[in-house]
Design a protein around this ligand. Structure first.
Ligand SMILES: Nc1ncnc2c1ncn2[C@@H]1O[C@H](COP(=O)(O)OP(=O)(O)OP(=O)(O)O)[C@@H](O)[C@H]1O
Length: 322
């Protein structure tokens, strides 16, 4: 299938320094790889009587990017909080390169795992460079001096996220998107084996959403992100884990997870899924005004089996193009 705006798209990519051949590098593999970096076994977390996460399982190969997707309240942040040890699971186990994370000291864990959260830290009087340099802390002895190599690492990380000219500006005065990129630079400096990011594309304009996710992929470390934009997740994540009411209802490659039926069932929206003209992974086009239709037909009854059918009006809207 040829995209009508392919020429424009190619020019736009070239304008951002991406060669035409490199476009195809965005294509996502099936995630099959020998060594699981992260293993989650029957992970459950309860808050009082309420089960927030129920028996979640996953294996993520080294160097791959996993996107955790699901509706509001599905348990995405709770799962991430278990992964970075803010929450202690009620049952189950998390292993990093075969070692239970619960057995690692705080310092060893900080060397292995970097976290970028939605809530920005309160380092109001720090410069951006000072904030990024905090990422070096787990690798340095107490009271040790800042070295030339440290300064170079900070400078390179700032350049990578496009903030080199903000190095001396206070972190507090950065825009929302600049703050987000500064936190990612801090995580890069930390040189983790596992990078966990809670909605890293929040606050970012579309150029930086794409750029930051491509950057995270290019780092070559194992990455786990929670993300709401299903098209972005489809384009750039190697694997997806779809959570619904604390349960993993689908996992695998974007092609395996992002079906019209699954999206209707879990998110209660009607859509058309077709291969993206560039990378071939699912591209989702949402239909508007069908929420009530789905409710009336029971097709977003999350406890019933999917019907595999779109409302008639949605089919008509497809104009037989599928
Ligand atoms: N400490 C807590 N105490 C009580 N309930 C909690 C706690 N933490 C999370 N929850 C509940 O668990 C559910 C899952 O929350 P979580 O933040 O993990 O969802 P999410 O998928 O990240 O949602 P969103 O997309 O809205 O960010 C929510 O209903 C939330 O209210």
């Amino acid at each position: 299938m040829s995209a009508p705006n392919q020429q424009v798209q190619t020019e736009s990519l070239q304008a951002h320094g991406v060669s035409e051949g490199a476009n195809l590098d965005v294509a996502v593999g099936d995630g099959a790889c020998a060594r699981p970096a992260l293993s989650v076994r029957e992970l459950s977390w309860r808050c009082g009587e309420r089960a927030i996460l129920s028996e979640v399982k996953l294996d993520l190969p080294e160097g791959k990017m996993l996107g955790i997707i699901g509706p509001n309240g599905a348990g995405k942040s709770s799962l991430l909080r278990c992964l970075y040890r803010f929450l202690t699971p009620s049952s189950g186990e998390i292993q990093l390169f075969g070692q239970p994370i619960a057995s690692l000291s705080a310092r060893a864990f900080a060397r292995e795992v970097a976290v970028v959260l939605q809530d920005t830290p309160q380092h109001f009087d720090m410069t951006t460079a000072q904030l990024v340099a905090l990422g070096l802390t787990p690798h340095k002895a107490a009271f040790s001096m800042t070295t030339k190599a440290d300064r170079l690492a900070v400078s390179q990380a700032l350049e990578t996220v496009g903030l080199k000219d903000r190095a001396g500006q206070t972190y507090a005065s950065l825009s929302g998107g600049e703050k987000q990129r500064a936190l990612i630079a801090r995580a890069i400096v930390q040189q983790p084996k596992l990078l966990i990011l809670d909605e890293p594309t929040n606050h970012l304009d579309i150029r930086y959403q794409i750029q930051i996710l491509e950057l995270l992929k290019a780092l070559g470390v194992t990455v786990v992100i929670s993300i709401h934009d299903l098209n972005l997740a489809s384009a750039l994540c190697d694997q997806l884990l779809l959570l619904d009411q604390g349960k993993a209802v689908a996992q695998g490659s974007p092609k395996q997870v992002l079906s019209e039926v699954q999206i209707a069932r879990v998110f209660g929206v009607c859509c058309q899924v077709s291969p993206h003209p560039q990378h071939g992974n699912p591209q989702i086009n949402y239909f508007y005004g069908y929420h009530n239709h789905l409710q009336n037909s029971g097709k977003n009854d999350r406890h019933s089996e999917p019907q595999g059918e779109q409302p008639l009006e949605a089919k008509e809207a497809n104009h037989g193009e599928r």
